[in-house]
Design a protein. Structure first.
Length: 386
């Protein structure tokens, strides 16, 4: 961006320098024929000064107003009293100001007013020559074409700037959503286990004190896993894309995830992976999305259906990988967490699955439990799975 800005400034300086040399040549040629006033030689440098001032913060509107007012007054004076030629340097500055007003002025009313004044000043420039009416009309038409081109360029630059601003805002919004999903997926899973086990320890403190040590060990393990998850989250934020995982390693990750869930809580979880699903090749983003969906579904099962068995199934259907997490009806009344409900779990899962080109289904099962199913795209599927 800095290189483009410097290049634009160099082009403007070269163009304005050539326009100034053209004014000097026109004055020299015209002086051989008849004595003409030097006002155009003065108006050009003044227009350059006002153009330079317009690049300062907050000075574009008032410097443009002064330039337009001065140009109209000079056109009126020269057209009525002392005919002269049209300054190329002044014309160039007015055109550049027209582009900058459309591109940079934020208020629509100010843009309309200044553009109308600049167009009037540009189309009135041929009046200074005091030629035949048809020559004035032709000159005004040519100036109008130049003004139209400047208006089109200004709107084009403004459109590009708007798109760039919208793209930056969208990127920042997506980064915030991604960070929120990662925090929810990594931290909520282990934090929920810690809270629920602490509540269980308080409940059995009087009736079964011999079980307290086991619960405290689970809480300690969950706390260590929370710290590991936070470190993993920081490493993910530092990387552009997660490292690729082979199919066998991916299934091993899912097995460990389900085993940790069963070991750290009062609900049992079973992982069922079909043989075709073990051979499916997935992209790293799809693998990451599947892990997050399973993690969130297990966390919801622990929170809303404590004690209910959970089944995680991974199958291939019509060339797409189907991951389903279902739990039976709750065995006991769901515990109320101290921090209250979340409400972002399903939203985060839908956003993550949709982000990799999949779809998510969630709802109550026929036996009174809950079912979450994600359908994900695959890279390679064996012929028997088609």
């Amino acid at each position: 961006m800095e290189y483009r800005a410097r290049l634009t400034r160099c082009v403007l300086c070269v163009g304005l320098g050539l326009a100034g040399l053209s004014d000097l040549q026109m004055y020299r040629d015209a002086e051989l024929v008849d004595h003409l006033p030097v006002h155009p030689l003065v108006s050009g440098p003044i227009a350059v000064l006002l153009l330079w001032l317009s690049f300062r913060r907050g000075a574009l509107e008032w410097s443009t107003g002064i330039a337009v007012g001065g140009s109209l007054l000079l056109t009126t004076a020269l057209g009525l009293t002392h005919p002269a030629w049209v300054s190329m340097l002044e014309t160039s500055c007015l055109l550049i100001l027209l582009v900058r007003v459309i591109y940079r002025v934020p208020r629509p009313a100010a843009v309309v007013a200044l553009c109308a004044a600049l167009c009037a000043a540009l189309t009135a420039l041929p009046v200074r020559q005091a030629l035949e009416p048809h020559d004035v009309y032709d000159g005004a038409a040519f100036s109008g074409l130049l003004a139209s081109a400047a208006i089109g360029l200004g709107f084009y630059l403004r459109m590009l700037d708007g798109r760039r601003t919208a793209a930056i805002a969208a990127a920042r919004h997506n980064e915030r959503l991604e960070l929120a999903r990662e925090l929810h997926d990594f931290v909520a899973h282990h934090a929920t286990a810690i809270v629920i086990q602490a509540q269980a320890a308080r409940t059995i403190r009087e009736t079964a004190p011999e079980q307290i040590d086991g619960i405290l060990e689970n809480i300690e393990r969950a706390g260590v896993e929370t710290m590991e998850s936070m470190n993993h989250l920081v490493s993910l934020l530092r990387e552009d894309t997660p490292p690729p995982v082979q199919p066998g390693e991916f299934i091993a990750h899912l097995t460990k995830l389900v085993a940790d869930f069963s070991r750290s809580g009062d609900s049992d979880a079973i992982l069922r992976v079909t043989a075709p699903a073990r051979q499916v090749l997935l992209t790293s983003k799809v693998q990451l999305a599947i892990q997050r969906v399973i993690l969130e579904a297990l966390t919801n099962a622990r929170r809303h259906a404590p004690g209910a068995p959970v089944t995680v199934s991974v199958t291939v259907r019509k060339g797409r990988l189907c991951v389903e997490v279902s739990n039976k009806a709750p065995v006991e009344r769901p515990r109320v967490l101290a921090a209250g409900g979340g409400g972002f779990g399903l939203v985060g899962m839908r956003e993550r699955v949709a982000g990799v080109g999949g779809e998510l289904l969630a709802g109550t099962a026929a036996d009174g439990g809950w079912r979450v199913a994600g359908i994900f795209p695959t890279v390679i599927v064996t012929p028997s799975d088609a």
